[in-house]
Design a binder for this molecule. Structure first.
Ligand code: FAD
Length: 299
């Protein structure tokens, strides 16, 4: 359980980190909370020649309420986001879901940016950001670009980040009026990675019909999986029990093709997706209608 030898740098600013990344490129790894990277280095699944420690970068650890939504710096600890009033009011879906990420000890160190960049298909945050239609701000030494969360995830543990790029922050748009949200997951024990999880948002029009919805699943593919066919069927419909049940069925049978592994069979994952999507959409619809007792009201 010892990592292979590496050179260690601890820059004070994001610009210094980007200089180092430009110099060492493919040989380098950024170290954020270390909750995923250090175990993989200890198992020698990852053997970077250079480690660039971001933990002195105070300029990347912040949460800001902006006019168009919520902004979160990449080095913000998951626990800080979980406890933030700004996150609770600006992105309540995140507040609801972050406690499902492992245990407080892991969230105390683990960062928002680290989880998003690591791109574990069983991680909550990537699916949540796709559901929230977030934008990722990415930079290298010379240029900055914005990448929609849905385009950021390109495969198993793979992202649109180039070797010399760093994730700086995430922007989550304001929750539209008459929008509800819900997150559901099942794991063997609380804090374990999810066997299946689902993040939903649902916006109603003035007549109570579904104007927009997002259903994004984790642990059913190589990254966050959007249930596009289910959403297309739901749009324009009142989210009645039958409509929700149909959307959950379409999600489970047409939108996903989950793998079998040592944790769960494909068939079991489909059944979990069916049940969890139905629960999540039901709660999101109740919130969108402003029903009390649904653990929240519409925005
Ligand atoms: P690190 O481990 O430091 O880095 C992870 C990767 O991201 C590395 O490749 C690193 O180079 C890269 N990186 C980090 N920051 C940046 C950046 N700003 N720009 C570009 N690349 C960057 N996660 C879940 O989602 N759900 C769980 O249920 C869960 N359970 C866990 C249980 C245990 C026991 C442990 C140890 C971890 C668990 N995790 C879980 C992982 C945890 O959430 C990690 O914190 C997270 O995946 C990585 O965040 P980090 O800040 O620790 O990143």
């Amino acid at each position: 359980m010892k990592p292979a030898p590496f050179r260690y740098f601890r820059p004070d600013t994001a610009d210094e980190a980007l200089e180092l990344l430009a110099e060492y490129g493919s040989q380098a790894k950024l170290l954020a909370g270390g909750q995923s990277l250090i175990p993989t280095m200890n198992f020698r699944l990852s053997q970077p020649a250079v480690l660039i420690d971001l933990n002195r970068l105070g300029d990347l650890a912040w949460i800001e309420e902006a006019r168009r939504g919520l902004k979160i710096g990449a080095m913000t600890r998951q626990r800080a986001a979980e406890r933030s009033d700004a996150v609770r009011s600006g992105a309540p879906l995140l507040s609801e879901a972050i406690p499902f990420i492992s245990h407080p000890q892991v969230r105390n160190r683990g960062t928002i940016g680290g989880s998003l960049a690591h791109a574990d298909p069983a991680a909550e945050l990537p699916a949540l950001m796709v559901a929230l239609d977030a934008q990722f701000l990415v930079r290298n030494r010379g240029a900055e670009r914005r990448v929609p969360a849905a385009d950021f995830y390109t495969g198993l543990f793979a992202t649109a980040l180039a070797e010399d790029e760093m994730l700086l922050s995430v922007e989550v748009p304001k929750v539209p009026k008459r929008t509800g949200w819900a997150f559901e997951e099942i794991s063997r024990r609380h804090g374990d990675y999810a066997l299946v999880g689902v993040a939903t948002t649902l916006t109603l029009d003035r007549k109570g019909r579904c104007d927009d919805a997002r259903i994004v699943l984790l642990s059913v593919g190589e990254g966050p999986v959007t249930a596009s066919e289910a959403v297309a069927g739901l749009k324009g419909q009142e989210p009645t029990t039958d409509a929700v049940r149909l959307a959950a069925e379409v999600t489970a049978t047409r939108d996903i093709d989950p793998p079998s592994d040592i944790h769960a069979s494909s068939a079991y994952r489909r059944q979990l997706a069916r049940v969890l999507t139905s629960r999540a959409l039901t709660r999101a619809a109740a919130r969108a209608r402003g029903e009390r007792g649904s653990a929240g009201e519409a925005r």
